[in-house]
Design a protein around this ligand. Sequence first.
Ligand SMILES: Nc1nc2c(ncn2[C@@H]2O[C@H](COP(=O)(O)OP(=O)(O)OP(=O)(O)O)[C@@H](O)[C@H]2O)c(=O)[nH]1
Length: 976
Amino acid sequence: MPKARVYELAKIFGVDSKTVLDKLKDMGEFVKSASSTVEAPVVRKLKAQFQPSTDSSQASAAPKSSERAAKPAARPSARPSSAQAHKPAPHAPAARSGGEHSASVTSETAAAKPAARPSAHDKAAHANPAHAAKQAASDAVQNAARPHAPRPGARPGQGSAQHGAHGGSRGAANRADTRHNATPAPRPSARDAAAAHGTPARSGPRPGNNPYSRKQGMSVPTPGDIPRPHPMSRPGQGGNGNGSGSGNGRGRGGRPGQGGGNGRGRGGRGASAAQSARPGQWGHGRAGQGASAGSSRSGGRFGGARPGATAAQPAPSNGPQSSGRPGRGNRGGAAGAFGRQGSRSSKARKARRAKRQEFEEMKAPVIGGVRIPSGNGQVIKLRQGSSLADLAEKINVNPAALVTVLFHLGEMATATQSLDEATFQILGEEIGWDIKIVSAEEEDKELLQQFDIDLDEEELQEDEEDLAPRPPVVTVMGHVDHGKTRLLDTIRKTNVIAREAGGITQRIGAYQIAVDLNGEHRKITFLDTPGHEAFTAMRARGAELTDVAILVVAADDGVMPQTVEAINHAQAAHVPIVVAVNKIDKEGANPDKVRGQLTEFGLVPEEYGGDTMFVDISAKQGTHVDKLLEAVLLTADATLDLRANPDKDARGATIEARLDKGRGAVASVLVQQGTLHVGDAIVAGTSYGRVRAMLDENGQSMQEATPSTPVQVLGLTSVPTAGDLFLVAPDDRTARQIAEKRQATERAAQLAKRRKIVSLESLKEQFKKSEIDMLNIIIKGDSSGSVEALEDSLMKIEVSEEVGIQVIHRGVGAITQNDVNLATVDKAVIIGFNVRPNRQVADLADREGVEIKYYSIIYKAIEDVEASLKGMLKPEFEEVVTSHSEIREIFRSSKFGNIAGVLVQDGTVKRGTKARILRNGVATVNDLEITSLRRFKDDVTEVAEGYEAGINLGNFNDIQEGDIIETFEMQQVERK
Ligand SMILES: Nc1nc2c(ncn2[C@@H]2O[C@H](COP(=O)(O)OP(=O)(O)OP(=O)(O)O)[C@@H](O)[C@H]2O)c(=O)[nH]1
């Protein structure tokens, strides 16, 4: 029967639509309005309600609907007489085969179909229900004679299937019963389940009236009723459908070999028995129930008391047998009846998984009204700063549920808010997980262990015999301008100072020098740490790599704040200190005063009975520098065991890294253990690559670097961060995988950080901050060291309670469109440290009103930012870029040096203006001047955009084709 609308039905029945709607409601069918459609099976049921006479005539022969099938089945179950109990059995099969089964394509009838089809026996049963009843009755009698304890309370519909299960397990013993189990058990539905329980299908309103839909008709199961429906209903149906298919099922349902035992040759049908046994997969108890039900059908009380386990056990062996065959009444078969391929598809698997999850959840504790599957004390590791969302992801629950649980525990947090260890532990205890918060280092160690790299273990297994002496690694520390660079310069006999912008060392460089001590040729590795406070972070790292610290104190200045800071760093790192009392050549130099001052900080000179070596030097004149080096070696020898194993994969730290045009990522690394070779697969932080070439501090190529050797490494795919530890991996793939995993972890950590910024925890602060101008800053620099140093220094600026700085992004390389976009969105200022944007990006920034500030001296940037926060920075002069010219050709002149043949891209180049060179967006040299400007052979004062020109930059000759000459002027700007 086709679908019909409620009002149409009302017409047919001669009642109004409301009556039909009410009736439907009574029947447990949810139908919205008079124009709603009603499915065919429901129509039939309605018909039965409104036209009972018509139906009853048909029903006398065989009830059609599943509901009816269930009802009569229910009745006899309570009866003690097996014969009586069996009476209704014919209903199901006969009804479907005989009556309108072709029309009633419900899940139930689907089950019935196969039963109806084949054997003459079945057909006879269909044709003559009475015969079927008879047959069933005789079966039941046989059953009753068997030793199984009858169970009066057994349920009807369930019976047969359980029977199947039962038959499956018992084999021949249950022959008679199992015959009825030939039921091709269809997929259960709530209604079936209800029917199976002897309850009418209308136990509750259904969300829809489509009986084919698995989604519909299922009430939300409560823990108490969940277990029942599945196993029972399925068999139950089988029971209905199968009376006629009887014997067939049994064969399949039994253990292998038993199937044929009954000699009925209906193996195909028997599948149903196998299937009916399958409920065992869902739990023995359920199968047991089914068995009891089955008994009612066949004999009223057969086997109900038997443990379900027995029934269930054979299932696995039978299942596969049955599933592969066509036309059988297992789940697949039932599906096939609806035009789908009947097989144990992924759907079945999914269903099983869903059930298992459901079951797990049932066992889960209910806290605050939510269920969280218990971790049963399993350990789960979370990174510092993790949130409930992170935990939820790891234990596969809804973050909202965790929020609820935490709330229940008296703690309020959002899903994305970072929580501390204590909170996680309390929560963990509540939900049965042992939550451990791990530091980034621990996490990284574990990550490496996944790749069979165990650094701790390596150290433990180090054999004394493998250790070889290595040079000490020395850091020079001290207050600004006390002479650190000069000292290093003197030591290296090169002039480092001249190359520095602003006279401050801005990168950690590392150099190795050779010293003769007592006729022995010894090496010392120097880390060139910068002196300005801005580089505190680097210095701290330097101290970590350092074996010995040289503390430079100017004899004319004495102990200053950064002297103390340097002492603190070194002492915290347990690094022995050698004091270089510098500038003794200067007038007013008072080395003794310095000695006296330093004793207050625990640095007592040897001559005063202490253990710190003091050497009076003049870095400028080179006085006693050799003695200082000796002192360093003596101190190292006296206090340290400077040995390392050179015969293993190299491990060490990144001192500095930058992006170089042409060479790509260049990283200065210090090898701490093992030997680094060209060709090694290397991973440094989140960067990885293969060592393409190695250079020493003089640019000389090296093939290998032993412990304590600083080298520049080429070949990394990206720029690592200063301080990143590096290690040699077994192969390229491992290196890449380690780096990728670290990248993922870093991303997650950054995400967590970002989340924290907007977390409730800091919301109050956020509000407070948003009242004022929170200064958002984007830092782009030419090296990771400078960027970090700048960020650290900026973050230390404290102007007042209401003023704050937020570095929202930082990176190495030219200022890009992304940076400008980010600045636009977050209303940030971009600080370019020795880097520039290209023209398009600069234009974009102009258009968007994004301020880009350029610096080449860190403290200038800090001063500016600090002043702007104080509201005092109203520069009277501002740098204004006046032109960009691209170098197209270089003409070499013995008289004038290199002359750049340029095309003026924008603005006007004027003679005498200040200029800088931009190479790949990075300002390589500042403070140049356009000393001569020519158009062909004529000297000119200016050249406009679009024209070619010849530019000479005085003594500066380090220009390349493709470089951009940027000219700028200091122009007075209005105070805002
Ligand atoms: N007379 C004299 N001047 C020195 C001596 N050592 C350094 N200077 C001078 O002191 C000034 C600062 O020296 P730097 O080596 O740049 O000092 P620094 O500690 O490296 O300074 P920052 O890099 O700014 O931290 C320079 O002008 C040096 O020439 C010395 O032994 N005697």
